[in-house]
Design a protein around this ligand. Structure first.
Ligand SMILES: NC(=O)c1ccc[n+]([C@@H]2O[C@H](COP(=O)([O-])OP(=O)(O)OC[C@H]3O[C@@H](n4cnc5c(N)ncnc54)[C@H](O)[C@@H]3O)[C@@H](O)[C@H]2O)c1
Ligand SMILES: CC(C)(O)[C@@H](O)C(=O)O
Ligand SMILES: [Mg+2]
Ligand SMILES: [Mg+2]
Length: 347
């Protein structure tokens, strides 16, 4: 553990140099780790574990698109690729990476195989925190831990391959063996996390649901649409509206924020831009803070969880999501984006 001063607040975090991969491999050397679910997070975590020489198998519904993806990634049926229940039976560490709604449907079948001393792992606090809605109550004699990468499974894999890492939070919900924290950290390192920060299942799900509905996805999508619409309605061309809203943000200014913070990005823009942005930033904060509080309340009350469970438990939930994504894809904003991306010079 390292104690880091985050802008005046001291926090303990776990870095790779204190919990090196060798230590993680040692902790996991006698374990059979089953990654259950091969959607987005499943492949990222399973492939990183495999490359880190952890004994890992995959459990997935047979015949699905995800099953085919697992085969294409080199998992072998009957050797390293099994049905969900078979994999849970073989495993000593069960990594539940089914979709959050899928976890409800699969729970009774999985629970049978969670025998004394095994570890049950999640990458979200959803199922356990909202147990009244999900029915997910782990047996008392298993360790229950969480490692939640703060980003897409796709980035978890690509950052691993480029030698970097995605930060993750970790939590222990139940320590039946006295080894739960060590196991969580070992798994966190072995899946390719950058640094790990401690949380609880409840705090993880509250912050995660807020973040993705807010700044990370919902808010950014909404504010892009709003500004693009205003510029188009005021007579600007698609090129101008898109470049001034999205392309400049992702290609020029966002990387500067990532590199050295917001003030650094501001400092690399004109004094004209800095003056105006500093003046308008407060208005945007005031306009959005009530919306974010409304969102947080909706998360805490369980309403967001209910919406997700209700929508994503339907047989055709994927079609419905795809339809909505297609609508986004075919909008003038994102069709402009499609063409603008093609116009990016290549080496
Ligand atoms: N997507 C991400 O990058 C990401 C990031 C951090 C945390 N998480 C968390 O990780 C977990 C997995 O998320 P995901 O986005 O990879 O999931 P996903 O939506 O891609 O689904 C994963 C798999 O679940 C399977 N599945 C769905 N319903 C099922 C059922 N009833 N029985 C058996 N299998 C079923 C699907 O076949 C799919 O392969 C979730 O808890 C999620 O909140 C995801
Ligand atoms: C990648 C995200 C948004 O961070 C994750 O929380 C998810 O649910 O997919
Ligand atoms: Mg999430
Ligand atoms: Mg998240």
């Amino acid at each position: 553990m390292a104690t880091i001063n985050f802008g005046g607040v001291l926090e303990n975090v776990v870095k790779r140099d204190e919990f090196p991969l060798g230590k993680a491999q040692e902790v996991l050397k006698n374990e059979t780790v089953a990654v259950i679910g091969y959607g987005v997070q499943g492949p990222g975590q399973a492939l990183n574990l495999r490359d880190n020489e952890v004994n890992v198998i995959v459990g997935q519904r047979k015949g699905t698109g995800s099953w085919k993806k697992a085969l294409a990634d080199g998992w072998e049926e009957g050797k390293t690729l099994f049905t969900v229940e078979e994999a849970c039976d073989k495993a000593t560490v069960v990594m539940n990476l089914l979709s959050d709604a899928g976890q409800i449907q699969a729970w009774e079948g999985m629970k049978k195989h969670l025998t004394k001393g095994k570890t049950l792992y999640f990458s979200h606090g959803f199922g356990v925190t909202f147990h009244e809605k999900t029915g997910i109550v782990p047996p008392a004699d298993v360790d229950v831990v969480l490692v939640a990468p703060k980003g897409s499974g796709t980035s978890l894999r690509s950052l691993f391959l480029s030698g970097q890492g995605l930060n993750s939070s970790y939590a222990v919900f139940q320590d039946a063996t006295g080894k739960a924290a060590e196991r969580a950290l070992a798994l966190g390192i072995a899946i390719g996390s950058g640094y790990l920060f401690e949380t609880t299942f409840q705090k993880e799900v509250y912050s995660d649901l807020t973040g993705e509905r807010g700044v990370l996805m919902g808010a950014v999508a909404g504010i892009f649409e709003a500004q693009f619409n205003v510029l188009r309605q005021r007579g600007h061309s698609p090129s101008e509206a898109f470049n001034e809203t999205v392309e400049e943000f992702t290609q020029s200014l966002m990387p500067l924020i990532a590199e050295n913070g917001m003030d650094w990005m501001f400092a690399n823009c004109s004094t004209t831009a800095q003056r105006g942005a500093l003046d308008w930033k407060g208005k945007f904060r005031e306009a959005t803070e009530p919306v974010l509080n409304e969102l947080y309340d909706s998360v805490v009350s369980g309403k967001e969880a209910e919406i997700v469970i209700e929508a994503n438990s339907k047989a055709d939930y994927r079609n419905k999501l795809e339809e909505e994504l297609n609508e986004m894809h075919s909008s003038e904003l994102w069709q402009t984006g499609l063409e603008v991306r093609k116009l990016r010079p290549t080496k």
